[in-house]
Design a binder for this molecule. Structure first.
Ligand code: BES
Ligand code: MN
Ligand code: MN
Length: 461
């Protein structure tokens, strides 16, 4: 192991330089204008895997963006770890809030990253994180210390709902067969308190439309006598959550996992720092479901948020108009044992129920995803905890995250393997936001933890 760590130490700077090249590619999966960049990024990832020592590297075509595959099989008697990541990124908008252009990476120190952080779209989500695996693999190959078989599956559609991945996994169960799946696409609690993510929330995402009059109307001639779809929609949205922070949708909590008082006490060992939390996002106060801590509100409890709302006139100056239609996008984060189909159906029923008779309401479901839990009495959890404890020199706690990686549940179903979420970002890294960044400290700790995981997993019990 020492030789592997030495190799990492000696090649640190080059690893960052290579990551910079990857970050310069605008692989925005949501925007068709960037499709050539997404494809170029897949080719680059494949080259990196080949150079690092992977066999059978392939850029696999799908109906959407390609999936990059590579493997190193050293013995049929050893376990196989499948590494999953994504090379696509979120759109960088709004561009004017970036201090430097999103695809021109640079390093700068921040309060939480005194050693410096890499700023660029995708730095933490997920290029900087999956690239740690490529470099850790290179180090293990160079030091001849690879402890088990490894397979890489790096996709290009995660940020748009992993549309092609399920079919690909179903068609390639043999090729992808593995004992566990290792994913670095989440964050730790803090650099002082490292964590292994043991849960992710699911997702139900809908778009709603409220239609009033059959055309936009003069607000003087008609105002006062007709339903204004923007008002109606606003009233409906405000009815979805009550004063105690409870979601009012009929049956919404029916299947919600009741976390025991013991488990809640255990998870609250991660000290909530309400002041730091508020300050980090410029808030005077927080809010949420009554009787739960911020940590619980953002992990073991389901939520509902309006992500966008529009309608009517939003251009320069004033236009006196009552719009014909108003729209909103609404996301709900789910916990075990809610399912996206169940919640989307309950939302649709309820939203129609609270709609006044004088408007027409349409609910359009978008992509969704199942929640996921990795029990802490599993071999993969123990291997990750021990690896990170060695790398950080600190006790590592389990941590349930509020984000979603829907494919983890699909992997378990189709490949019969658990995913272990050994991510290294911080929640303040501004993923999906302007000035996304990833700490150099985190990048290197990740590269060091990965070979330790392989070793612990292979030799552990
Ligand atoms: N890597 C994130 C998810 C994440 C980040 C989980 C940090 C936990 C901690 C992933 O790329 C992502 O953005 N997922 C989406 C869902 C997806 C279906 C678009 C999300 O959580 O909004
Ligand atoms: Mn991600
Ligand atoms: Mn993301």
């Amino acid at each position: 192991m020492q030789e592997t760590l030495n190799y990492i130490q000696q090649n640190k700077q080059r690893f960052v330089d290579e990551l910079f090249d990857l970050l310069k590619i605008a692989s925005i999966s949501a925007d068709p204008a960037y499709s050539a960049e997404v494809l170029r990024c897949a080719d680059e990832v494949a080259k990196h895997l080949t150079n690092a020592g992977a066999d059978k590297v392939e850029v696999c075509k799908t109906e959407g963006y390609p999936i990059v595959y590579g493997e190193k099989i050293i013995s049929a008697d050893l376990p196989t770890v499948l590494v999953y990541g994504h090379y696509d990124v979120q759109p960088p908008d709004p561009l004017d809030l970036w201090r430097k252009p999103p695809f021109e990476p640079y390093i700068e120190k921040t309060a939480l990253h005194p050693d410096g952080a890499i700023f660029a779209r995708g730095a933490a989500d997920d290029k900087g994180q999956f690239f740690m695996h490529v470099k850790a693999f290179e180090a293990m190959m160079k030091a001849n210390s690879l402890a088990c078989n490894v397979k890489f599956l790096i996709e290009g559609e995660e940020e748009v709902g992993s549309k092609s991945l399920e079919a690909f996994v179903k068609q390639n169960t043999e090729k992808l067969s593995c004992d566990t799946i290792l994913i670095s696409d989440t964050h730790i609690y803090s650099n002082e308190q490292p964590t292994v993510t043991t849960g992710l929330r699911g997702l139900s995402y809908v778009e709603v439309e409220v239609e009033g009059p059959n055309r936009d109307l003069h607000s003087g001639l008609y105002g006062g006598a007709v339903p204004n779809p923007i008002h109606v929609l606003s009233r409906m949205i405000s009815k979805l959550i009550d004063d105690d922070g409870h979601i009012t949708i009929d049956g919404f909590y029916d299947n919600v996992e009741v976390v025991s008082a013991e488990d809640r006490a255990e998870m609250n060992k991660l000290k909530d720092d309400p002041e730091a939390f508020k300050n980090s996002i410029g808030l005077k106060g927080t809010e949420g479901e009554k009787d739960y801590t911020t940590l619980e509100r953002t992990s073991i409890r389901p939520t509902l948020d309006c992500n966008g709302i529009w309608g009517g006139y939003t251009g320069e100056g004033a236009k006196t108009v009552i719009p014909s239609k108003a729209f909103a996008k609404i996301s709900m984060r789910l916990v075990p044992y809610q399912t996206p189909d169940e919640i989307t159906e309950k939302f649709t029923k309820y939203f129609n129920k609270i709609a006044p008779d004088n408007v027409k309401v349409t609910v359009r479901p978008h992509h969704g995803g199942m929640p996921y839990v990795l029990p802490s009495d599993t071999k993969e959890f123990r291997a990750a905890k021990k690896a990170m404890e060695t790398a950080f020199g600190k006790e590592v706690l389990p941590y349930r995250s509020g984000g979603s990686i829907p494919i983890t549940a699909m992997f378990e179903q189709v490949l019969g393997a658990k995913s272990v979420l050994m991510g290294f970002g911080l929640d303040s890294d501004a993923i999906h936001s302007p000035n996304e960044h990833y700490g150099l400290f985190n990048f290197y700790k990740g590269i060091e933890s990965i070979p330790l995981f392989f070793e612990n997993y292979t030799n552990g019990n």
